[in-house]
Design a protein around this ligand. Structure first.
Ligand SMILES: N[C@@H](CCC(=O)N[C@@H](CS)C(=O)NCC(=O)O)C(=O)O
Length: 200
């Protein structure tokens, strides 16, 4: 398998999951500005969306969309516990959280990267994001991970997007359970290995 990634973007989430699962994979870096891959190809010929993450399977199929990729990967190692069994009620709960992270936190932070957006618009998006952080604070004050006591694929995703707060000068100390959650996940060996590989 090949994971097409751009450092510290949302592709960090499937990157962490690949390492948590101990699956063999190759990393291919994508320059999001030029759409060139580190092995000299036009990324748009590989992924029709042109954005990371993309997972190329050994049979040549390419899977996009982070929440789909991480579920596919977890199902390759059902005993890992990184995702509840397909069609179970808990799996639906996982999908509920994945959708929350993708639409409320990931897409909710995206406007803050936009240098052309006026400050008043940015303030609106920040306040909206902070309301979602309040909700996460409530959840994570009562349990260590989004699905309960154990780390799952959605935690790799939420950790990834919360990492962007440093680019927006958002101090997570205002949400202590969220700050402790990020610290807890950051300490995982697979997470450290993924961060080191992306920094290289
Ligand atoms: N819906 C996609 C969004 C992917 C996405 O936003 N990728 C960003 C990095 S976080 C990207 O590659 N942007 C470059 C571009 O859109 O050209 C997913 O959840 O995987």
């Amino acid at each position: 398998m090949k994971l097409y990634y751009a450092p510290y973007t949302c592709s960090l989430s499937p990157h962490i999951v690949l390492r948590e699962l101990g699956l063999p994979f190759e990393l291919v870096k994508v320059d999001n500005a030029t759409k060139r891959t580190s092995d000299g190809r036009d990324f748009r010929t590989i992924s029709r969306t042109g954005y990371v993450a993309a997972l190329e399977l050994d049979d040549g199929q390419v899977l996009g969309e982070g929440p789909a990729i991480v579920q596919y990967l977890a199902d390759l190692r059902p005993d890992s516990g990184l995702a509840p069994p397909p069609a179970s009620w808990q799996r639906v709960r996982l999908q509920e959280w994945l959708n929350f992270v993708t639409s409320e936190i990931h897409a909710g932070s995206a406007p803050l990267f936009n240098a052309a957006l006026p400050d008043e618009a940015k303030a609106f998006f920040r306040q909206k994001l902070f309301k979602r952080f309040d909700l996460l604070q409530e959840t994570l004050a009562a349990q260590d991970y989004l699905m309960g006591a154990a780390f799952s694929v959605v935690d790799a995703y939420l950790f990834t997007v919360l990492g962007w707060c440093r680019f927006f000068a958002i101090d997570l100390a205002a949400w202590p359970a969220l700050e402790a959650y990020v610290r807890r996940i950051n300490a995982r060996p697979a997470v450290q290995a993924a961060l080191r590989a992306e920094a290289a």
